[in-house]
Each structure stands twice: as structure tokens, then as C-alpha cells.
Design a protein around this ligand. Structure first.
Ligand SMILES: NC(=O)c1ccc[n+]([C@@H]2O[C@H](COP(=O)([O-])OP(=O)(O)OC[C@H]3O[C@@H](n4cnc5c(N)ncnc54)[C@H](OP(=O)(O)O)[C@@H]3O)[C@@H](O)[C@H]2O)c1
Length: 250
């Protein structure tokens, strides 16, 4: 099929594009830079070049995001621009990539991601919403940033089920080939539910053995949501196999 991946230069996009190509699809990938194989330039924040970039798409995997910039402009309004630009007669499947817990965790980026899901669902297009847990690399970055010299302070009681981004790409490749799920949200997570302290101990052992992990209680609603398992996949979720410990060893 003629597949367009938005966010093709991102962490997910870089492994998703080859996965879709290996499954036999013809893949274009859209980003502001338009770099990489099959790269096409378009800006979701303005709509510039978007109609040309997605012309003729039979399947779109929408994985562009702007967590550090303006997710309301890129993720929410950008999804609206995207669904308006698509050819309704030709499109067979819009696979909308989201994050497990966007409906539960009161964080601005997650609120925007949840609102973007609603835009995709309200479009009337054949949609599957796929919520995925945090990439292993993303957890590495978080822990690396939280480290202060010889100490790594992590929030007490938070838990997550991080996932291998390559396995997430493989799962999305299967979703692309399947039928749209309609309003039903599909979840994909890593194999294990781990506390922030577990993740930090594993990361420290593999990367910074002299660093000491300290778990400390963090007040507030956001912290409570993470403690209550807000980013853990539900019982119906598909799960990957690669553990965080395996990722650290690789
Ligand atoms: N990070 C995680 O752990 C995680 C976990 C689960 C799900 N997700 C979701 O998975 C998807 C992919 O995430 P990721 O980690 O691959 O993101 P990423 O590495 O931050 O990549 C974002 C992509 O979006 C593109 N982009 C940003 N602003 C744009 C704009 N205005 N117009 C067009 N393209 C734009 C970027 O390319 P340019 O900069 O070239 O435009 C890049 O290709 C997102 O929906 C994210 O919410 C992420």
C-alpha cells in the first residue's frame, strides 16, 4: 500500500519506515526537515505543503509530535489539518500514534495528545488509535537528566512499562495491515511493569555504577497519577518481549 508516515525522522519514525518497507509497502515519510529516504517536507503547525505531502495516501501512520514545543499547535491542530488534507475516497486506514495514560495523567502534553485522539476519532475517517508506553531510550534520557552528580533522585512509587521502539514499530506494522478498530483504543507496552526505583537501579548498574539511587515522595496530582499506574497498559494490551535490562545490555 501507499503509506505515509508523519514524524518519519523521529525516534519511532526512523525504525517504523524500514519496518513498513520490509512488509512490502511503498512509504513516504513527512517531517519539517523532509530528510531521510522517501522524505517529504511539510509543516503540521502551519499546514504548509501538507496536502502535497499526503496526496494519494492509502494508509497514514500519524507519529509526528512536538512535546517540547507547542503540542496544541502541532499535535492537536496539526491532526486537524492532517485529517482535512487526506483524500477520503482513497484513505483506507489512519493509524494514530498516542501514549498509554493520556486519558488519565494530568500533564499538558498528555492532555494535548488526548485532544489529538479526539480530533482523529471525530474525523469520520477509518481510524485506529494506538497508545504505546515509553521507549526504553526515553527512560534512559529521563534518568540521565535526573542524575545530579553522584545521586539519582527518582519519585517514590511511580511505575512504567517501557518498551523497545523496534517492537512498537513492528506492532504498528501489523496494525497497518489490519482493519481499523473504530473507536476502540489499542494498547502496546513493554513486558514488565517496573517502579521508577527499579528502572533507576538497572540504569545505574549498567551505565553509572558509582551513582546512588534515592527514591523520594513527590506530592501533587501528577505524581499521584503516576503512582496509581496512570501510564501502565491495561489487561488487554499487547506486550513486547524486550526487557529494560536487555535494552541496557544491548
Ligand atoms: N517518547 C516516547 O517515549 C513515546 C512513547 C509512546 C508514544 N509516543 C508517541 O509516538 C509518536 C512518535 O514519537 P517520537 O518519540 O518518535 O517523537 P520525536 O522523536 O520527538 O519525533 C517527532 C517527529 O515529529 C516531527 N515533527 C515535529 N514537529 C512537526 C511539524 N510541525 N510538522 C511536521 N512534523 C513535525 C519531527 O520532525 P521534524 O523536526 O523534522 O519536523 C519528528 O519526525 C508520537 O505520537 C509520540 O507521542 C512517544
Amino acid at each position: 500500500m501507499d503509506v505515509v508516515v508523519t514524524g518519519g525522522t523521529g525516534r519511532l519514525g526512523r525504525v517504523l519506515v524500514p519496518s513498513l518497507q520490509a512488509a512490502g509497502h511503498q512509504v513516504r515519510q513527512v517531517s519539517r526537515r523532509g530528510t531521510g529516504p522517501g522524505g517529504v517536507r511539510a509543516d503540521l503547525a502551519t499546514g504548509r505543503d501538507l496536502a502535497t505531502a499526503v496526496r494519494g495516501a492509502e494508509v497514514v501512520v500519524h507519529a509526528a509530535t512536538d512535546p517540547r514545543g507547542n503540542p496544541w499547535q502541532v499535535d492537536v491542530a496539526g491532526t486537524r489539518r492532517l485529517v482535512q488534507a487526506l483524500d477520503r475516497d482513497r484513505l483506507r486506514h489512519l493509524v494514530h500514534v498516542s501514549i498509554v495514560g493520556v486519558d488519565r495523567v494530568p500533564w499538558n502534553y498528555y492532555r494535548a495528545k488526548f485532544a489529538a485522539e479526539q480530533v482523529a476519532l471525530a474525523s469520520g475517517l477509518p481510524v485506529t488509535i494506538v497508545r504505546i508506553t515509553q521507549w526504553h531510550d526515553f527512560v534512559d534520557d529521563m534518568l540521565g537528566t535526573a542524575r545530579r552528580g553522584p545521586v539519582l533522585i527518582v519519585p517514590m512509587g511511580w511505575s512504567a512499562a517501557p518498551v523497545d521502539v523496534g517492537e512498537a514499530a513492528g506492532f504498528l506494522t501489523e496494525v497497518v495491515a489490519g482493519a481499523p478498530s473504530g473507536g476502540e483504543v489499542v494498547e502496546f507496552g513493554g513486558p514488565e511493569d517496573l517502579s521508577a526505583a527499579d528502572l533507576a537501579h538497572a540504569w545505574v548498574a549498567a551505565r553509572e555504577p558509582s551513582v546512588r539511587v534515592v527514591a523520594t515522595p513527590l506530592p501533587g496530582r501528577l505524581s499521584a497519577a503516576f503512582r496509581e499506574g496512570g501510564v501502565l497498559p491495561g489487561p488487554q494490551a499487547a506486550r513486547g518481549r524486550v526487557t529494560y535490562a536487555e535494552h541496557l545490555r544491548s
